[in-house]
Design a protein around this ligand. Structure first.
Ligand code: TYD
Ligand code: MG
Length: 456
C-alpha cells in the first residue's frame, strides 16, 4: 500500500502534486483541496468495492447488431419529477439530485419511495430508520415494499442491493457513503467521486436505476456534485428559497431527454405538492394597486409563468446605498440601474434598492428585465403600474428593449390569466403571427417608450 498526497481541484477534478492558487485546467481560483490517497492499485480496489458478475471482455460490434433492450421507462406518479427526467426513469441510469441543505431533496425522494408501487431500497446515512419512518407517516406511506437501510459502507450497501434486487435505489446522501478501500474521509472529493463511479458501474450491470442525493452550498463549490456531473447520466438541481414554499426542479444534464423541462413544487406540511399552474399561485391576489410591483411573463424550461417582481427604492440612511436582490442576479440589477441613469436620466445613486421576485423563485429568463425596470421606476416615482399590464422583454446596455424567445406562448399565457395589455420588444413583432390575441400587444423599442407608455 502506498500513501500519496495530492491536491485536487474541486471544480473540475484536475489533480496536481503541489498546491496551486489557480487551477491550470479550468482556470478557477482557490479550488484546490488536499487529499491523502492511501490505496491499493485501482484495479484491486474495484474488485473489492464491488464484486459484481465476472467481467466479460467487450468486442466491437456493429451498431445495427446491438441488442436493443426494450425495458420501458419506469413511470412515476409524480408528474413533475417524471417530466424533469424526460418521461420516467430509464432502467440502469444514475440520477444526481443536487441542492442546498434543507431544500427538500430527501423529502422528494422519500415521497417517490413511499408513494410508488416499486420495490425501493432507500439508503440513508443521515437519518435513522425511526426518523425516516416518522417522516414517511407524515407524508403518507402507501408503498408496502419500501426498504430502509441505514448504512454508509458502500461495499455493504451494494451487497444488500444485490440480494434485495430492488426496482430503484436511493442514496441519501453521497457525502455520507464511503468505500473502505479508499483511505480518505467520507465526503472528500476522492470518496465522493469514486463511490459515484462504483454506483454507476453497479447500475449499468444490474440495470437498476440509482438516485444519488448530493449537497451543494450557495456557491455550488463543496466537494462533489460538480465533478459528479460528468459521471452520472442525469443531473437535477433542486432550487428555491427555504423561507418560501416554492421549489423548482431543473434538469441540468440528461442523457435520456431534454434539459428544457422543469418541475415545480410547493413544500407543504404534508410534503411536496406538484404545481400544475404556477402563474395562478405566483401572482399576488391583492386588488390594491401598489407602487413598485409589476408582472413579468417568463418562461422557465418550456413552461410559461407569470411572476410578480417587486422593487423598493428608498432614500439611503447611511452613507453607502444598499443594493439587494432575491431571486435575481445582483450584478444584473446594478446593470439595469446604470442603464436607467444613463439612458433615462433616472437617478438611484443616493437610494437603497431592494428587489424581490415573488415566491422566492430564481428566474433565469432574461425576459424578466422589462418588468424589473417597470417596478424600479414605479417605486422611484411612487406611481403604481396598472395591474392589467404585464411585461416580457430583455434590456440591453444601450437601453434598447430586445426580443425574447417564445413570445407567442408568453402572450397567450398573459391573455389566459386575464391581462389586458402586454408590453414587448418591437423586434418581437416581426415574427408574430397576425392572429387576433384577446390582449393588446404593445411594442417598445427603448426605455423612453416604457416611461411614456406606463408612467405618463
Ligand atoms: P429535507 O427533505 O430534509 O431537505 P434536504 O434533504 O434537502 O436537506 O427537507 C427540508 C425541510 O423541508 C425541512 O426543514 C422541513 C421541510 N418540510 C416540510 O415543510 N414539510 C414536510 O412534509 C417535510 C417532510 C419537510
Ligand atoms: Mg436530507
Amino acid at each position: 500500500m502506498k500513501e500519496k498526497k495530492v491536491f485536487i481541484c474541486s471544480n473540475c477534478g484536475h489533480n496536481s502534486t503541489k498546491w496551486e492558487g489557480k487551477c491550470s485546467s479550468c482556470n478557477e481560483w482557490n479550488t484546490y483541496v488536499e487529499e491523502i490517497i492511501n490505496r491499493e492499485s485501482a484495479t484491486e480496489k474495484k474488485k473489492k468495492t464491488w464484486q459484481g458478475p465476472e467481467k466479460k471482455t467487450h468486442k466491437p460490434i456493429l451498431v445495427q447488431d446491438v441488442k436493443h433492450s426494450t425495458t420501458p421507462r419506469l413511470t412515476l406518479e409524480d408528474k413533475e419529477l417524471s417530466r424533469s427526467l424526460g418521461g420516467g426513469i430509464v432502467p440502469g441510469s444514475v440520477i444526481l439530485i443536487g441542492g442546498e441543505p434543507g431544500i427538500g431533496k430527501s423529502t422528494l425522494l422519500l415521497q417517490l419511495a413511499i408513494r410508488s408501487n416499486f420495490k425501493v431500497l432507500y439508503v440513508s446515512g443521515e437519518e435513522s430508520a425511526e426518523q425516516i419512518k416518522m417522516r414517511a407517516m407524515r407524508i403518507g406511506l402507501t408503498n408496502s415494499s419500501c426498504h430502509i437501510l441505514t448504512e454508509t459502507n458502500l461495499t455493504k450497501i451494494l451487497k444488500q442491493a444485490q440480494d434485495l434486487q430492488p426496482d430503484i435505489i436511493i442514496i441519501d446522501s453521497i457525502q455520507t457513503v464511503s468505500s473502505p478501500h479508499i483511505d480518505s474521509t467520507p465526503g472528500s472529493l476522492t470518496q465522493v467521486r469514486d463511490c459515484t463511479s462504483d454506483l454507476q458501474v453497479f447500475a449499468k450491470e444490474s440495470n437498476i436505476p440509482v438516485f444519488i442525493i448530493g449537497h451543494i452550498n450557495k456557491e455550488g463549490h463543496i466537494a462533489g456534485p460538480k465533478i459528479l456531473e460528468h459521471i452520472v447520466d442525469t443531473v437535477l438541481q433542486f432550487e428555491g428559497d427555504r423561507n418560501h414554499i416554492y421549489r423548482i426542479l431543473r434538469t441540468k444534464k440528461n442523457r435520456f431527454g431534454s434539459t428544457d423541462e422543469i418541475g415545480i413544487y410547493a413544500m407543504e406540511a404534508s410534503g411536496l405538492k406538484t404545481v400544475e399552474n404556477p402563474s395562478e399561485l405566483l401572482l399576488s391576489q391583492s386588488d390594491e394597486q401598489l407602487s413598485g410591483t409589476s408582472v413579468a411573463s417568463t418562461i422557465e424550461g418550456l413552461r410559461p409563468m407569470l411572476i410578480e417582481t417587486q422593487a423598493l427604492v428608498s432614500q439611503a440612511i447611511y452613507g453607502t446605498p444598499q443594493r439587494s436582490a432575491t431571486g435575481y442576479d445582483l450584478r444584473r440589477l446594478s446593470m439595469l440601474l446604470a442603464v436607467l441613469e444613463k439612458r433615462a436620466g433616472l437617478f438611484f445613486g443616493q437610494s437603497d434598492v431592494f428587489l424581490n421576485i415573488a415566491g422566492g423563485i430564481k428566474v433565469q429568463d432574461t425576459a424578466i428585465d422589462l418588468s424589473i425596470l417597470a417596478s424600479l421606476i414605479s417605486s422611484l416615482q411612487d406611481i403604481s403600474v396598472n395591474s392589467k399590464i404585464c411585461f416580457a422583454g430583455e434590456v440591453g446596455l444601450t437601453g434598447e428593449i430586445r426580443a425574447v424567445n417564445r413570445i407567442e406562448q408568453r402572450i397567450e399565457e398573459a391573455a389566459r390569466l386575464g391581462f389586458e395589455q402586454i408590453l414587448i420588444s418591437k423586434y418581437n413583432m416581426k415574427g408574430l403571427s397576425k392572429k387576433n390575441y384577446p390582449i393588446e400587444v404593445i411594442p417598445l423599442s427603448k426605455i423612453e417608450d416604457l416611461v411614456s407608455q406606463v408612467f405618463s
